[in-house]
Write a protein that binds this ligand. Structure first.
Ligand code: SF4
Ligand code: SF4
Ligand code: SF4
Length: 230
């Protein structure tokens, strides 16, 4: 199995619900708590496994905003694992999830420097590295109904921009949608072989925001003006 996410940049509206649901689930899960620092101060920060970046693409007036959720890509060739001096970082054989054994982690930060996607979060309070687990404590929970055995971010996304499944299964939802919409890895040139895939925003037609002088609305207005002027 090769578990991962597909994220549709066409339908993501940047609402941050996935980031909040992730924080809520994981703060009480196996890697929790996800500590906050200065939550009510001037520069609040904290541990978040999923962060939404927002970019302005193109030139005004034809620019648009793209919302870009980023979390661990569960890379097939993950340098975060190879650089770890204690063996705390590992990739599971059975499903490809990259995890950190917090009992072995010494908080040296090497893995965060090795990750080009900014996916690792050092918890300064606990002194250990934390990261997205694909909600490993949820997706195998047989106490949950089958259709709820998904990561919290996928469960909560109001615009259905997130998909979860097995990329090794050609008939899974993630494989099918990646095939149909040319799902892409982020920065594949780095050679980490990220498992997560992104679907590009579709090209949108420009809509004229002015009334064309020769169109039928002008004809109606002229007719009304002539009528009023009589
Ligand atoms: S995204 Fe970063 S933390 Fe996740 S597996 Fe890849 S290199 Fe490691
Ligand atoms: S911070 Fe922890 S998981 Fe990361 S490289 Fe150091 S020991 Fe390994
Ligand atoms: S919940 Fe869905 S729409 Fe909202 S930011 Fe996350 S991926 Fe985008």
């Amino acid at each position: 199995m090769k578990l991962g996410l597909v994220i549709d940049l066409d339908t993501c509206v940047g609402c941050n619900a996935c980031a909040v649901a992730c924080k809520q689930w994981n703060t009480s899960g196996t890697t929790g708590p996800l500590t906050d620092f200065e939550p009510y101060g001037k520069d609040p920060t904290g541990v978040w496994f999923n962060r939404i970046r927002n970019y302005e693409v193109g030139d005004y007036p034809n620019s648009k905003t793209v919302h870009f959720p980023m979390s661990c890509m569960h890379c097939d060739d993950a340098a975060c694992v190879t650089v770890c001096p204690t063996g705390a970082s590992y990739k599971r054989e059975e499903d490809g999830i990259v995890l950190v054994d917090q009992d072995k982690c010494m908080g040296c930060n090497y893995c965060a420097w090795a990750c080009p996607y900014g996916a690792r979060e050092l918890d300064r309070e606990d002194g250990v590295m934390k990261k997205c687990t694909l909600c490993v404590d949820r997706i195998y929970d047989e106490n949950l109904p089958e259709d709820e055995r998904k990561p919290a971010c996928v469960m909560t996304c109001p615009s259905h921009a997130r998909y979860f499944g097995d990329f090794d299964d050609p008939n899974s939802e993630v494989s099918i949608i990646s095939r149909e919409r040319n799902g892409e890895q982020l920065m594949p040139e780095l050679g980490y072989e990220p498992v997560n895939k992104y679907l590009r925003p579709r090209e949108k037609k420009n809509v004229d925001t002015y009334v064309n002088e020769t169109n039928s609305i002008k004809a109606v207005k002229d007719w009304v003006n002539r009528l009023v002027a009589r």
